[in-house]
Design a protein around this ligand. Structure first.
Ligand code: ADP
Ligand code: ADP
Length: 227
């Protein structure tokens, strides 16, 4: 029942920088995994390979048993990925961005509309419903981007530093929503964060990355016992 299986994943960029070295781990259905480590450790590189945005130099990535190094095109059917604001959606309004993403994921017009309204309500985005993304504040863009990840009930969500630029109340809202989604839909979630406190409240397991290597992969409780 593994969602992801990563084996010996290695990424060497064109400038010879070894960003990931022999990383192996698996993520089970319904787990919430935090990816922790200092700046430049290789967290984004790992995530970008898992969502098919960066191709591995060596190693394997299986998603629901499918070799997605060969078939990266299949990844978006299963995985919602959010890193920065969705630049491609810049000219759309908040409503349009969320609705269109739902439609792209195969929702009917009625379902996409219903779900968009619900997310706007739930994430308190009424103010930017009719505002173009490029005219929103950084925090508003993040929240809309976040809504585009949530629409469509994808089985896996991968979020790279989702709470950057958010005030404490928005952060809490976001963590609550993720926790609820995990509980209700069994959504498997990976999130990059260097806020250990936040991570501790949401995640089941932590992958600690440093200098491109996976130093530890265990539950928060077990990791604390080792310190
Ligand atoms: P993190 O997300 O942990 O901050 P990254 O995965 O972004 O780390 O980067 C890991 C290392 O790889 C860093 O030294 C970074 O400068 C380097 N790096 C990232 N992307 C590239 C790239 N496209 N080309 C060359 N080096 C890169
Ligand atoms: P992120 O951590 O989200 O990748 P960064 O600001 O580290 O954001 O990097 C922005 C872009 O520049 C990314 O596409 C990354 O792959 C690339 N990049 C990062 N470090 C380097 C580097 N040393 N050489 C070349 N490209 C890099």
């Amino acid at each position: 029942n593994n969602v992801y299986e990563v084996v010996g994943l290695t990424k060497v960029y064109e400038n010879k920088k070894v960003a990931n070295e022999e990383i192996s781990f698996s993520v089970a259905q319904g787990e919430v995994v935090g990816v922790l480590g200092p700046n430049g450790a290789g967290k984004s590189t790992l995530i970008k390979q898992m969502v098919g945005h960066v191709s591995p130099t060596a190693g394997e990535i299986r998603l629901f048993g499918v070799d997605v190094v060969k078939r990266a095109d299949l990844i978006p059917q299963y995985v919602g990925y959010y890193a920065q604001r969705p630049a491609a959606l810049d000219a759309l309004t908040g409503y349009e961005a969320i609705y269109c993403t739902g439609r792209l994921r195969g929702m009917s017009r009625a379902a996409a509309k219903r779900e968009t309204d619900r997310l706007i309500e739930q994430l308190d985005l009424g103010e930017v419903r009719k505002r173009e993304i490029r005219k929103m504040s950084g925090g508003q863009q993040r929240m809309v981007g976040f809504a585009t990840v949530l629409i469509g009930e994808l089985p896996v969500l991968i979020l790279d530093e989702p709470t950057n630029e958010l005030d404490p109340e928005r952060r809490r809202q976001l963590w609550d929503l993720l926790a609820e989604k995990n509980r209700r839909e069994g959504t498997t979630i990976l999130l990059v964060t260097h806020n250990v406190l936040e991570a501790e409240q949401v995640v089941d397991k932590v992958a600690v990355i440093d200098h491109g290597k996976l130093l530890a992969y265990d539950t928060v409780r077990k990791l604390k016992q080792q310190v």
